[in-house]
Design a protein around this ligand. Structure first.
Ligand code: NDP
Length: 282
């Protein structure tokens, strides 16, 4: 079966292009707070800042030391919450090990109006109401929805299976698909007979972080496959889907890298523009 490669770059470029006029008019500012020197974070932050430059958005990279304490980080967050010039900010995860147990407190401390990662309870909770209340959705699920829209893949009436139930990817993605009329099944590490469920999917989204765990026999012929997972195998990025084998039965499939990744960044930039619009309207 021939398949459509769901490349993320053209989707991200189109989304970024569509934001330029608003960026010029509204002049939002995005701040990335990095604590410590996690190498993967450095690369993600670089991509975010590059995309800010690409759309002409003001941005700032605040790099705090690895030994930052919780009160110091909370003070930084408080300052950013109060700074009227800052539209939105993110605290890049993961945090150094002394701070990692406090991630829920850190997320909670971010003003919901500036929470452009959309990880806080207020923005997550609003998503449950309906599509109209998805004002600041988490960037990765939002990117997946944008991908499906760009490639004209219908969601309504489809059975979507989401593997992974994290608060920042799997769960919000399931809600966004549900809001758009899909019948959604969410699987996780305790799910029994995973393959039996994934084989029922018209749209199969994998957000686990386990290289090539979704094999060809777990996929219904003609299914749309969205690979969100990222692992490193022999120094190379690898998704949750066994791409070579699954692409022989899928109707459409995202590559890793070059699939959902660029859209996560573009969706974050869109959230910053949305945040500015909502702040001005308040
Ligand atoms: P988490 O580790 O928070 O969640 C992983 C999920 O996978 C959990 O819900 C876990 O279940 C589930 N899981 C683990 N093992 C299995 C299994 N054998 N069968 C079924 N489910 C399983 O990760 P995130 O949600 O933060 O991220 C998921 C992946 O997406 C990662 O690889 C991450 O790097 C990638 N990612 C990619 C982005 C992009 O832009 N491309 C952005 C964000 C993340 P349980 O809850 O039961 O433990």
């Amino acid at each position: 079966m021939s398949f459509t490669l769901l490349a993320g770059r053209p989707v991200a470029d189109a989304l970024l292009e569509s934001l330029k006029a608003d960026v010029k008019k509204l002049d939002p500012k995005l701040v990335v707070v990095q604590v410590g020197d996690d190498p993967a974070s450095a690369s993600y932050i670089n991509q975010k800042l590059k995309s800010c430059s690409a759309v002409g958005m003001r941005h700032q990279h605040m790099h705090l030391s690895d030994s930052t304490t919780l009160p110091e980080l909370m003070k930084t967050i408080d300052d950013l919450n109060k700074d009227a010039d800052v539209t939105g900010f993110i605290v890049q995860l993961p945090l150094p090990k002394q701070l990692q147990p406090h991630v829920p407190d850190v997320i909670k401390a971010i003003d919901p109006k500036k929470d452009i990662d959309g990880f806080g309870a207020y923005n997550i909770g609003k998503m449950f109401l309906s599509v109209e209340f998805e004002h600041l959705p988490p960037a990765t699920p939002s990117g997946v929805i944008e991908m499906l829209k760009f490639y004209n893949i219908a969601i309504e009436g489809k059975h979507a299976v989401v593997v992974g139930r994290s608060n920042i990817v799997g769960k919000p993605l399931a809600v966004m698909l549900l809001n758009r009329g899909a019948t959604v099944t969410v699987c996780h590490s305790k799910t029994k007979n995973l393959a039996e469920i994934t084989r029922q999917a018209d749209i199969l989204c994998a957000a686990v972080g386990s290289a090539k765990m979704i094999t060809k026999d777990m996929v219904k012929p003609g299914a749309v496959i969205i690979d969100i997972g990222v692992s490193r195998v022999d120094g190379k990025l690898c998704g949750d889907i066994d791409f070579d084998a699954v692409s022989t039965v899928a109707s459409a499939i995202t590559p890793v890298p070059g699939g959902v990744g660029p859209l996560t960044v573009a969706s974050l930039i869109r959230n910053c523009v949305t945040a500015k619009k909502r702040q001005l309207a308040a």
